[in-house]
Structures are given as structure tokens and as C-alpha cells.
Design a protein around this ligand. Sequence first.
Ligand SMILES: *Cc1c(COP(=O)(O)O)cnc(C)c1O
Length: 252
Amino acid sequence: MQRRPTSSAFDPCLSSEHEMPAPANPYAQALRSVCADVERACAKSGRRPQEVRVVAVTKYVDNLALAPLLAAGIRDFGENRWQQAREKLASPYARQATWHFIGHLQSNKAGKVASVFDWIHSIDSQHVAALVSRAAEQHGRTVNGLIQVNVAGEASKSGVPPEQVRPLAEALIRLPGLRLRGLMTIAPATDDPESVRPVFRELARLLRDLQAKLGVEGLKELSMGMSNDFGVAVEEGATIVRIGRRLVLPGG
Ligand SMILES: *Cc1c(COP(=O)(O)O)cnc(C)c1O
């Protein structure tokens, strides 16, 4: 094979890459399959598929996956660790996406996360929320916030217990850099998604309660449902599903 002269500009039309057929984008197929399940769950529960935002959880892949994920039509990306997220956010492709922070947020990362992420799904204290709000204001932006609720009371999970949702929400709506948009939960791991339906139903009930008590505009999001349980979550009213393995590890 001939080497390209290094002095001249690379001409894409002369590239030998054209001789190979473009491989099919595996994420496009995975996305179609996830969307078909979302549509089925919507049909079952009398909802419209446009009410459900699919967030691709990219924690399993590196930043090289961003371009093909975008090419597949995915625009919402979720990350649960700042260290991993910062690499992807440094990619030039990152600007085409909306970024969701979905992991436990430590106080010492709150400022950094608030400076770049568009949504934070894991607000679970007034202290962290105040840090997020202050950093967001300093960067001239507003971050969409969701309160993480530990509905099932699992010791291993973060999030506030249901009875603390309202007092925390009342504090959050006074913060200028944070816009309270709804609630998030992670259901207990299970092989039988039917068994966690009550968890999703309870989160939906907590949101209706907040809506009635607070009357805040735009407070309507339910971030619930992952690869193994999002069908049931959508039936129970999820407006945001966070899909990792099923979407970003197709066939894996
Ligand atoms: C990893 C993760 C997901 C995605 O999980 P999958 O089972 O791979 O779909 C969703 N939400 C949170 C908070 C996560 O950490």
C-alpha cells in the first residue's frame, strides 16, 4: 500500500476507506428496539411515545462511542461518575448532546458537575443542591434538577426517603441556579420487572403530590426505568428512561 505524502492535505475522496463498505451502526439497531418497547408500553398505558425521553447511559463505553451514538440519533447521554464523564465531555462531539448526571453526587464534585451537565438526577440534600445552584449561577446557567428518592428503602442506595421529598423540594425551588423538574429513582435489581411496579407507582404518586402542593411550572419529570425494567416504568408514567447495557452494549 502506498503511503500518502505527508506534506499535502488529506483528500477524503482519494481515501482507501471508500473501498470498504460502511459497517452498520449497531447503536441504531439497539435504539430501534428500545424505542419499539417504549411504544408498546405507551400503547398499553394510553401514553404518547413523545412523552418519553431516552437517555443513553454511556458509563460502559469510552468517548469513541460518542460519534456513532450521535449518528444513531441519540442526543441525551447519562454518566454516573465525574472522572469518567470529564473525558467524554472534552470530546468535540459532546457539544451535540444533552448531558445527564445520574450518579451519587459528592459535595466536592458538585461545582464541576453543575458547570457542564444540563440535568442532575441525583439531588439528595439541600447542601449539595446549594453548591450546584451557586456553581451554575457562577457559570451563567441553570441546571435541571431531579430529587433522587430511595423508594424501596434499600440501605445500599442513595436518595431521600419518600417523607423527605416535600421538605427538600420546598428548599430547592428557592435556589436560583437550579430548576426542580421532578423525581428520580432506581428500582431494586430484579429478574422480574413486574415486582418493582409498586416502586414506580409510588414515585409517580409522590410527584403528583408535589405538583398539587407546590404548583411549580415544569415540575413533571419522572426519571425511572433502566435496561431491564423500563417497559414497566413507562407504563407507570416515566418521562425519562436511563438505558445503559441494552443501548450502548448491543449484543454484549
Ligand atoms: C448504570 C445506570 C443505569 C443504566 O443501567 P442499565 O441496567 O445498564 O440500563 C441507569 N441509571 C443509573 C443511575 C445507573 O447508574
